[in-house]
Write a protein that binds this ligand. Structure first.
Ligand SMILES: Cc1cc2nc3c(=O)[nH]c(=O)nc-3n(C[C@H](O)[C@H](O)[C@H](O)COP(=O)(O)OP(=O)(O)OC[C@H]3O[C@@H](n4cnc5c(N)ncnc54)[C@H](O)[C@@H]3O)c2cc1C
Length: 433
């Protein structure tokens, strides 16, 4: 065993949104903080790509601010960073025909009013077969299923109807993007940490957490030891559920069986994001000139696409989420890329050669295959509420827990959720000192 590297007040495992905000708030209180991060970068499921490669702001992970989200907007303002409103129209392309789905809202309203009559919480699948059975409702079932899968990365068989209703009702029409990418906000937080008594260790994979009251010893994959009075664990749900053989799995001594079980009771969805940069935005040319494309939802294998509208951009993003993305967790990136190109060929009626010729670079982000995430983001199951309560409970006033999946509220699975959780855990820790 190697010598102890650092003795600190607080160790934070994970330098994503939750860990970095907790770190900033604790260093601001004069505490010494040591951040241990498995990757060779900060950000976790936020992954703003190098401008040098993409020539514009491109996100491999989180991209949108889903509405006027208080804490995210406050932090952006504090950091002096700007947001830009997402623009463009929503199109549906089924059987090759492009349509703006005008009665989409009406269909949603039917579903909302039925959801409001539910007494007991049931899964979305059970709700749909109870209230919208029969051929005449096939389209509604399809549309809600696609929505749950595409937006929440959820599985209709597991997703809570009550949570879905609450989240849907709180949804804001307006969406934004941080102009220079989410990473700029995290860089601001890290800067604050490092200007205080904070230190970041990258490429440090935590494998073991040994604890007694007010004493934590952490061992990484190189057998380096770190000690502190308390620790905050912010790893994704996928890592909580990981098997011992998995790269990021963590063993706790004494063990935390209730938390391990709770981690399995929550939903953790899959998502694949495909970024394609072209020489010119062909979706603004010829046949598509009159369509102010923002988002496209379609019956293709890679069915959801979006532009950077209203920005001048050559970037097109493909998206697959939910159980179908999970099925592709072992697929090679180039296979997924081929599927994306095929989907685009059909959607835009362009031939493959033309597309390949126009393509400058591409990248597939298959988040369930990512060893330090093992999934994309959480969704609410029937057990989530109770499970979150178990997860956020500190152990011996020494181990504390945070991360997007541990947040309770209507912004499930977002950066806002991670920030709120990071803020809450920082105040929790401060009350025990
Ligand atoms: C494809 C995709 C698109 C998304 N789109 C949006 C969006 O548009 N808007 C939005 O608001 N949200 C979006 N999200 C969700 C958002 O990214 C997350 O909710 C948020 O970033 C989670 O932050 P976190 O700090 O909880 O977790 P993470 O960012 O995952 O941070 C946890 C950190 O722990 C590290 N770690 C894991 N295991 C270990 C270990 N053993 N030792 C040390 N470190 C470890 C990880 O590397 C990671 O850096 C998206 C997510 C994905 C994947």
């Amino acid at each position: 065993m190697k010598q102890t590297d650092t003795a600190t007040d607080i160790i934070i495992i994970g330098a994503g949104a939750a860990g970095l905000l907790a770190g900033k708030l604790l260093t601001e209180q004069g505490l010494s903080v040591c951040l241990l991060e498995a990757r060779n970068r900060t950000g976790g499921r936020i992954n703003t790509l190098p401008y040098s490669e993409w020539n514009e702001t491109a996100e491999g992970g989180a991209e949108f601010i889903h509405g006027k989200l208080k804490l995210t907007l406050e932090l952006l303002k504090e950091a002096g960073l700007k947001k830009t409103k997402v623009g463009g129209e929503m199109w549906q392309v089924f059987g090759g025909s492009w349509q703006q789905d005008d009665d989409y809202l009406e269909k949603q309203n039917k579903v909302i009013s039925k959801l409001k009559t539910l007494k007991e919480d049931i899964s979305i699948a059970a709700f749909l077969s109870k209230e919208f059975a029969g051929d005449e409702h096939a389209e509604v079932r399809q549309s809600i299923t696609s929505y749950v899968e595409g937006y929440y990365a959820g599985d209709v068989n597991l997703t809570s109807s009550k949570a879905f209703l609450a989240e849907w009702e709180s949804e804001d029409e307006e969406q934004y993007r941080p102009v220079q990418g989410y990473q700029t906000l995290l860089d601001y937080l890290l800067d604050k940490i490092e200007n205080g008594r904070g230190k970041l260790h990258l490429s440090t994979i935590v494998k073991q957490v040994n604890y007694l009251q007010n004493s934590v010893e952490i061992i990484d994959s190189n057998l380096q030891k770190y000690t502190a009075t308390k620790a905050i664990i912010t790893v994704p749900l996928g890592v909580w559920r990981a098997e011992e053989k998995d790269k990021a799995s963590i063993q706790y001594h004494p063990a935390l069986p209730q938390k391990m079980q709770a981690a399995f009771e929550m939903g953790f969805g899959s998502a694949i994001k495909i970024l394609l940069r072209f020489k010119t935005p062909f979706w603004q040319q010829d046949d598509y000139k009159n369509k102010d494309i923002g988002f496209v939802f379609s019956d293709q294998n890679i069915g959801t696409w979006w532009t950077q509208n209203p920005l001048d951009s050559n970037l097109l993003t493909g998206w697959l989420a939910g159980p179908r993305a999970y099925e592709l967790r072992y697929s090679a990136d180039d296979i997924i890329f081929e599927q994306a190109i095929e989907s685009l060929q059909h959607l835009f009626s362009v031939n493959k050669e033309k597309l390949s010729e126009a393509l400058i670079n591409w990248k597939v982000y298959n988040w369930t295959a990512d060893p330090y995430a093992l999934g994309a983001y959480s969704f609410s199951t029937l057990q989530s509420e109770a499970a979150r309560k178990v997860m956020v409970q500190p152990v011996e006033n020494t181990l504390f827990f945070a991360g997007e999946a541990l947040y309770s509220g209507t912004e499930t699975g977002t950066v806002e959720a991670a920030f709120i959780s990071g803020k809450q855990v920082a105040s929790q820790v401060l009350t025990t000192l």
